[in-house]
Design a protein around this ligand. Structure first.
Ligand code: SF4
Length: 344
């Protein structure tokens, strides 16, 4: 479609902040990098370390081998558990094969595991709100399989039964839509009025902040481009949140070259954000692609400031300390990829 001079001058990008890497992803990616540096390749990783194609292929080139299960790892080798967490049985399997394990489970996922164990010890029925088959849900459910029932969205509430409606609590996956989860909880409360809530939010700060930024800009956005992979729960949620809050169109792309030029027809304002597992270089590629097509003006939309950092896994810190004599165990948010997009 041809653009008038006015339409051309009105073209701009709203760029969400925060976006991209969260503290848990940064820690997990740096864990693989440091393990490769310290032990030398190959280093095995159970499941994708984080749900992002670019991150996985970049680490593969450096010597990481991604496997689905621990029985694919040679006896005695080093295996890293991904940011999404694992069930206790996976630790048992690794021990039985004499594997050296490094657990890169995000501490905010571990927090949900601990809540599950505590409520199961108190003999609660736990209603875990989450997406069936997602690795995080599989890991959390594995902490107390007899006590946990998965609730996959508001429409699943009708199917839920519990042993004692007076002793029931809900927990959730960390990367859900905040609004949809609250809708599920409201329906559960109608069914089980004594339903208890988790001691603190299970949907993590990063998921909430990225959704908040998208909500703020969606109504002013003709097209929302979310950079992220299809198996990244929090990235997929960002497209849904954008559409629910007024964006006229929304698409998820792994790379800039997946953007279809026809998406820009009649579009003045493009919103850009990225999921919590997405390195910033991929966003810069999208901004460059848009700038080449007249969307060079970029206006930030800042919904929150983030400064959270996590220490590297204890097992890795111990080995790094043995090598270096110092504890360089804290990772820096957003530091895992250099300008070039290669891992450092
Ligand atoms: S999205 Fe949240 S729970 Fe998942 S790794 Fe990042 S901080 Fe942790």
């Amino acid at each position: 479609m041809s653009q008038t001079a006015d339409q051309t001058s009105a073209k701009k990008v709203l760029l969400a902040a925060p976006r991209g890497y969260c503290a848990g992803v940064d820690r997990a990616v740096v864990t693989v990098e440091k393990a490769l540096e310290l032990y030398g390749p190959p280093v095995y990783v159970r499941k994708q370390i984080v749900h992002n194609k670019h991150v996985v292929t970049t680490l593969e080139k450096r010597g990481a081998i991604f496997v689905d299960e621990t029985d694919e790892v040679p006896e005695g080798a080093t295996v890293i558990f991904s940011a999404h967490g694992v069930a206790p049985v996976v630790h048992d399997e690794a021990r039985a094969r004499s594997l050296k394990t490094i657990d890169a489970t995000c501490p905010l996922v571990t927090k949900v595991h601990r809540e599950a164990v505590r409520f199961a010890d108190d003999d609660f029925d736990i209603l875990l709100i989450g997406h069936e088959g997602h690795e995080e849900v599989v890991g959390t459910s594995g902490e107390a399989p007899e006590h946990i029932t998965l609730v996959d969205g508001p429409d699943d509430v009708d199917n839920v039964t519990v042993r004692d409606p007076e002793k029931v609590v809900w927990l959730s996956q960390t990367t859900l839509s905040v609004d949809e989860t609250m809708e599920t909880v409201a329906r559960l409360k109608e069914k089980f009025p004594a339903l208890q809530s988790p001691p603190s939010d299970d949907i993590c700060y990063a998921t909430q902040n990225r959704q908040l930024a998208v909500k703020q800009m969606a109504k002013d956005t003709d097209l929302m481009i979310v950079v992220g992979s299809r198996n990244s729960s929090n990235s997929v949620r960002l497209v849904e949140v954008a559409l629910e809050h007024g964006a006229r169109a929304g698409h998820l792309v792994d790379f800039a070259d997946e953007i279809q030029p026809e998406w820009l027809e009649g579009v003045s304002t493009v919103g850009v954000t990225s999921g919590a597992s997405v390195p910033e270089v991929l966003v810069r590629d999208v901004l460059a692609w848009l700038a080449e097509r007249g969307y060079g003006e970029v206006e930030p939309v800042v919904a929150a400031e983030e400064s959270l950092l996590f220490s590297l896994p204890r097992e890795l810190r111990r080995d790094l300390k043995a090598r270096d004599g110092s504890d360089a165990g804290t990772v820096r948010h957003d530091a895992a990829f250099e300008e070039s997009g290669s891992l450092h």
